[in-house]
Design a protein. Structure first.
Length: 472
């Protein structure tokens, strides 16, 4: 169709709008209509309110009624014609006259049957008339403004012409179900169908979001749908640790371990065991130890018995010094009373003893507190000092009895390496003994017994002492 057919008669429409005082006609049609021209050459009158189309694809001037249902060639609606004076006549258009065709605005269209407001207008089976349906499919050229029904005597309705995508003024639109793809880049697509304004786009799906796991790596994802604003991912369960009985090892170097379990805050670590600490012995060497347990803060080691004779262990208030001085190297203090009854055989004292070094020269001093009644009310006591059963060295004793309190001085053997003669004394005694000897590497000790066998025991009291000093 040529531009002439679609040329709007702007001057005429302006004139219709303007009042006579301003050079116009005072009509108001120009405010409602968009008009095109076409020649009715059908040989018959075309009634007002009929929908019309071009007569042929190559004829840009001639029009006729629409004759096909859902036609996509609807041009507009006949509203009248121009007479010989060029005046617009609102009426049926006679054959041979130039038709006024409304192609925009609100037009009155003949109805074939009942139409419903807001539905879309289509060409009906009856030539030049319309019907309506809710879907805006192929052939729709406008939208119904008011509901009308032929059963009530109505013959026409009002239709908004020239809607975007309609047949009148733009061709009919074809709609399809949205098939948009959500992606990271834009693409034009190739579908020939459109999307309705109230369509639904499949932006989401029903797949439940994943449950995260600890140490998950970040990922861009590949799903072609979006996440809803209020979506929620599953979260790992509260990481309650797996507890187990502590198996921590106490060592000399730290190690990470490999267990997959943890220790409760109120668990108990086996840091100690029930093994009693060792009893130290004289001359024990220091050792690191191998036990995989700690020592309790209040633990105690066992100690040698009081007065075991080791030169490294002394009891009481003793001092150490170099040979030749005025102090003693070792002092042994008897811790407990010891008694003998009905025996004259010399026996080893349990505490007053000393482990000597071979070939060393020693000086000793002893204080013996002796108690015990023998026959006739007198103490019965004899004693000797030496290494094992071989007595050697020098001996001097000072013995005081309970009757006189006067000390008796008696020298022992004056020959070295000869036995120290056993000395006897009756009565309660405080015996002071001094001497020296050359050691043969044995145990120097006190030996004692009853002078006369008696059922009343003789006792060497606690507090008796033996002092040793090495001279050479």
């Amino acid at each position: 169709m040529s531009a002439y057919a679609y040329l709007l008669d702007l001057l005429r429409q302006v004139a219709n709008v303007l009042q006579p005082s301003h050079g116009g006609t005072g009509h108001s049609h120009g405010s409602e209509w968009v008009l095109a021209r076409g020649i009715n050459s059908t040989g018959a009158t075309i009634g007002r309110r009929n929908i019309v189309q071009l007569t042929g694809a190559t004829n840009a001037a001639k029009v006729s009624k629409v004759t096909a249902t859902d036609s996509t060639h609807v041009l507009g609606v006949c509203i009248g014609y121009w007479d010989g004076d060029g005046e617009l006549v609102i009426d049926d258009c006679p054959d041979g006259y130039e038709m006024a065709i409304q192609i925009g605005g609100i037009a009155e269209c003949l109805i074939e049957t009942a139409v419903t407001r807001d539905e879309f207008a289509y060409a009906a089976a009856t030539d030049g008339q319309i019907y309506s349906q809710s879907a805006a499919g192929t052939g729709a050229f406008g939208r119904i403004v008011d509901s009308q029904d032929t059963s009530t005597g109505a013959t026409y309705c009002k239709v908004v012409l020239g809607l975007p995508g309609s047949g009148a003024g733009g061709g009919a639109a074809t709609f399809g179900t949205p098939a948009l793809t959500l992606s990271t880049t834009n693409a034009a697509g190739s579908a020939s169908t459109g999307i309705r304004t109230d369509a639904t786009v499949a932006a989401f799906d029903a797949t439940v979001p994943v449950t995260q796991a600890f140490s998950d790596s970040a990922a861009a994802g590949s799903a072609g749908v979006a996440a809803r604003r209020d979506h929620k991912h599953g979260m790992p369960a509260n990481p309650a640790p797996s507890f187990a009985t502590p198996a921590i090892v106490l060592g000399s170097a730290a190690a990470a371990g490999s267990a997959g379990t943890v220790i409760r805050s109120d668990g108990t670590i086996a840091a100690f065991d029930t093994t009693a600490p060792t009893t130290q012995a004289p001359s024990d060497a220091a050792t690191v130890g191998t036990a995989a347990f700690a020592a309790r803060r209040d633990h105690k080691h066992g100690w040698p018995a009081f007065g075991t004779g080791s030169s490294d262990i002394a009891q009481g208030n003793h001092t150490h010094g170099a040979g030749g001085g005025g102090t003693w190297d070792t002092v042994v203090v008897k811790a407990a009373d010891e008694s003998v009854a009905s025996s004259t055989a010399l026996q080893n004292d349990d505490e007053l003893l000393f482990a000597a070094t071979n070939a060393a020269v020693y000086q000793f001093e002893a204080w013996l507190i002796v108690d015990g009644q023998g026959a006739g009310g007198t103490a019965s006591f004899k004693f000797s000092f030496g290494e094992d059963n071989t007595f050697r060295g020098y001996l001097m004793r000072v013995a005081g009895n309970s009757g006189t309190g006067v000390a008796e001085v008696t020298p022992g053997s004056v020959q070295q390496n000869q036995p120290l003669s056993a000395r006897t004394q009756n009565g309660n005694l405080a015996v002071y003994v001094v001497g020296s000897w050359v050691s043969a590497g044995g145990t120097f000790r006190l030996q004692w017994a009853q002078q006369v066998s008696n059922g009343t025991a003789v006792i060497v009291r606690a507090g008796s002492t033996l002092k040793i000093k090495r001279l050479v």
